[in-house]
Design a protein around this ligand. Structure first.
Ligand SMILES: NC(=O)c1ccc[n+]([C@@H]2O[C@H](COP(=O)([O-])OP(=O)(O)OC[C@H]3O[C@@H](n4cnc5c(N)ncnc54)[C@H](OP(=O)(O)O)[C@@H]3O)[C@@H](O)[C@H]2O)c1
Length: 269
């Protein structure tokens, strides 16, 4: 019987590539989407990670119909929509954290009983923006930092119960709907920037000029996710490129989390 994998936010980008690559690698894949569409060989189910009923129905349905859940890939996420907190209404700030953080919490909580039963794993797509705060990404960075703390705290405990926790941390990723899904453009950001326009404009120029150093295609991230799912003993944190490792190492003394996980695990025996 093939192992069962549930991927959230599987309609585009990293989630879609992961679902397709996992199905090709022999997993029984369940693709969670807000607006489901057919994917050959994949069980596509409705899933909004911010809706408790949707989360409960999806996870219970997978357990009932497949009889098990071996891995959850927390991938669903949204980008920042306003330049800074001065332009954000708090509802928009909270909405970002609702998807990027509480969506991960809700899915992980719902999946854990099944992952414990299967000796499975929860893999979450974080970001180097969860390790290093970056300009004009306040809500997004706050949410991704929260994901880091949540998963780093859970990892040694879950490990004691046979569940592996992994964070996959890309730097910039190309060929996804991430920027388009925010609904903002260079022009709309500049128009809403107010007094921040003199610092926003050079940032946007830098982005246009460099096209993001270290950027990787979504399919490359999916391959790294598949490898982390197959690795018998993956590190807590998988940085997806040399660029991401170097950038994270500027800040972290333990970039892949091995030492933190070892120390925290030693408190549990
Ligand atoms: N792109 C990057 O540069 C980058 C870098 C590092 C990390 N990441 C992370 O990678 C993950 C995937 O992003 P991506 O780049 O592949 O972008 P993407 O193409 O925009 O994919 C995001 C997915 O999340 C889904 N989603 C959004 N809100 C949701 C909700 N409430 N419930 C369920 N699904 C929801 C979207 O579904 P809809 O189609 O319904 O909107 C979409 O399928 C995210 O966690 C992101 O933070 C991205």
């Amino acid at each position: 019987m093939s192992k069962v994998l549930l991927v959230t936010g599987a309609s585009t980008g990293i989630g879609l590539e992961t679902a397709k690559a996992a199905a090709a690698a022999g997993w029984s894949v369940v693709a969670g989407m807000r607006k489901p569409f057919d994917l050959p060989g994949i069980d596509v189910r409705p899933l909004d990670v911010t809706d408790p009923d949707s989360v409960a129905a999806c996870v219970a349905g997978v357990a009932a119909d497949h009889g098990r859940l071996d891995a959850l890939v927390n991938n669903a996420g949204v980008g920042n929509t306003v330049p800074t907190i001065e332009q954000a209404d708090l509802a928009a700030f909270r909405a970002n954290i609702e998807v990027n953080f509480f969506g991960v919490v809700a899915m992980t909580k719902a999946a854990l009983p099944h992952l414990r039963a299967a000796g499975g794993r929860v893999l979450t797509v974080g970001s180097t923006r969860g390790l290093v705060g970056q300009p004009f990404n306040e809500a997004y960075c706050a949410a991704k930092f929260a994901v880091e703390g949540f998963m780093e705290a859970l990892a040694p405990v879950a490990r004691g119960l046979g569940v592996t926790v992994v964070l996959v941390e890309p730097g910039p990723v190309l060929q996804t709907a991430f920027a388009a899904n925010t609904g903002v453009t260079r022009e709309s950001l500049l128009a809403s920037a107010g007094p921040y326009e003199p610092v926003l404009r050079p940032y946007l120029d830098w982005v246009a000029r460099t096209a993001w150093p270290g950027a990787q295609p979504a399919a490359e991230i999916a391959a790294i996710i598949l490898a982390a799912l197959a690795d018998p003993d993956p590190p807590l944190r998988v940085l997806t490129s040399d660029w991401a490792r170097e950038f994270a190492a500027v800040k972290l003394a333990d970039p892949d989390g091995t030492e933190i996980r070892r120390r925290a695990s030693s408190w549990l025996v």
